[in-house]
Design a protein. Structure first.
Length: 111
């Protein structure tokens, strides 16, 4: 049997979800999650492809962004349509959602 110990950040929770889903015994150690982090909340299309499926009763938190607007502050503006949408989310909500996916897959969360 495979055993893993990981943190509860986005990478750790995603790893815990994958390993637990494959039958590993996973323990997520992290008392600080979920927490808000002002430095991040954007999820790129490539990262979205790697996230677990969202259950109907617990959709992926955040807002899908299809267009970005760049404003010079001097009246000039450019709108750019993204080739693929990205997600903007509260890190607290996204981290909590990922941790729920990991624990629902069988990982144990220890604070």
């Amino acid at each position: 049997m495979r055993v893993a110990l990981v943190g509860a950040g986005p990478a750790g929770s995603l790893l815990a979800w994958r390993l637990a889903g494959d039958g590993a015994q996973v323990t997520v150690f992290d008392a600080s999650h979920p927490r808000e982090k002002p430095c991040g909340g954007g999820v790129t299309p490539k990262a979205l492809d790697r996230l677990p499926p969202a259950p109907d009763d617990d959709p992926l938190p955040g807002r899908m962004v299809h267009t970005c607007a760049f404003d010079s502050g001097e009246g000039e503006r450019v709108d750019v349509t993204l080739p693929r949408p990205m997600l903007v989310a509260s890190r607290r909500e996204l981290d909590a959602w990922l941790l729920r996916r990991a624990t629902q897959a069988g990982a144990l969360h220890v604070t």
